[in-house]
Design a protein around this ligand. Structure first.
Ligand code: CIR
Length: 260
């Protein structure tokens, strides 16, 4: 199965992003700066050959730019999640209509399950589901059951000290991953070439492979050098305002190729 994707869905940040959930302690995101950074993100996806669908801002949902958390899109199925943060659950309904344009059927995570898309890491059609404060065992079990019904597979990974699994690991391509040291020897990464992200650059562990190019947050030169040395072209993007809301590069889009 090719990992390349043709489409991505993003949602423009809203003014209310200043009130987004956060533990970062970096201050409130600045709306205008977030808008500029988001526009550069969209431009980078387009440079990578992706058809980007930009949804309008949702002022009722301060975290709604972080669209990755509301769905899991695979080549065979689409799952609407049930985010762990109650204030984010309405974002799922807001996304469903757009996904219906591309996927004939939408599966759903039902209560008491919770899943944030940021906890689901795809490694060449194998899915690792992080167990975090946002994704519980019941949600992970439901997600894995849907994957299996669709001929895919998944396993859980206990995550410590991070908001999401993908806060601390990114799969690039060709057997290469980026990860925090704590995860490097985890059984789910066995057999992969793991580029260890230095502690001082921990935020860069959430990066994004897009059709051969790697999008990295600006200001992480050691990680950028290692990724380039591994043979990937890199585009560095300013992420300061999303970082203030605990968000990284992957959170800002849902990538997919429409089935059929
Ligand atoms: C939240 O706490 O839900 C948002 N402020 C950040 C979500 C980041 N999403 C992601 O890592 N996939």
């Amino acid at each position: 199965m090719s990992r390349a994707f043709s489409h991505a869905i993003v949602r423009a940040p809203c003014r209310a992003i200043a009130r987004a959930l956060t533990t970062a302690g970096l201050g409130r995101p600045d709306y205008l700066r977030a808008q500029r950074q988001h526009a550069a993100y969209v431009a980078a996806l387009r440079r990578c050959g992706v058809d980007v669908i930009v949804l309008p801002p949702l002022e009722d949902f301060p975290d709604s730019a972080f669209v990755e958390d509301v769905a899991l899109l695979t080549g065979r199925c689409a799952i609407l999640t049930r985010p762990g943060a109650p204030t984010r659950r309405g974002e799922v309904t807001e996304m469903a209509g757009t996904l219906q344009d591309y996927f004939p059927e939408l599966e759903r995570i039902e209560p008491p399950g919770t899943v944030d898309g940021g906890d689901i890491l795809e490694i060449d059609a194998r899915y690792c589901v992080g167990l975090t404060e946002r994704t519980n065992g019941d949600g992970a079990r439901q997600a894995i059951a849907v994957l299996r019904r669709n001929g895919l597979d998944g396993e859980t990974v206990a995550v410590d000290g991070a908001l999401h699994l993908k806060t601390c690991v990114t799969y690039l391509d060709g057997g290469v991953a980026l990860a925090w040291a704590a995860l490097r020897d985890h059984r789910s990464l066995l057999g992969l070439d793991v580029i260890e992200v230095p502690k001082s650059e921990a935020y860069a562990a959430n990066s994004l492979w897009v059709n051969g190019t790697v999008l990295l947050p600006a200001g992480h030169p050691r990680t950028a050098r290692c990724v380039r040395d591994a043979g990937f072209p890199v585009i560095e993007l300013e992420m300061s305002e999303f970082r203030k809301a605990d968000g990284g590069l992957s959170c800002l889009s849902l990538r997919f190729t429409p089935p059929g």
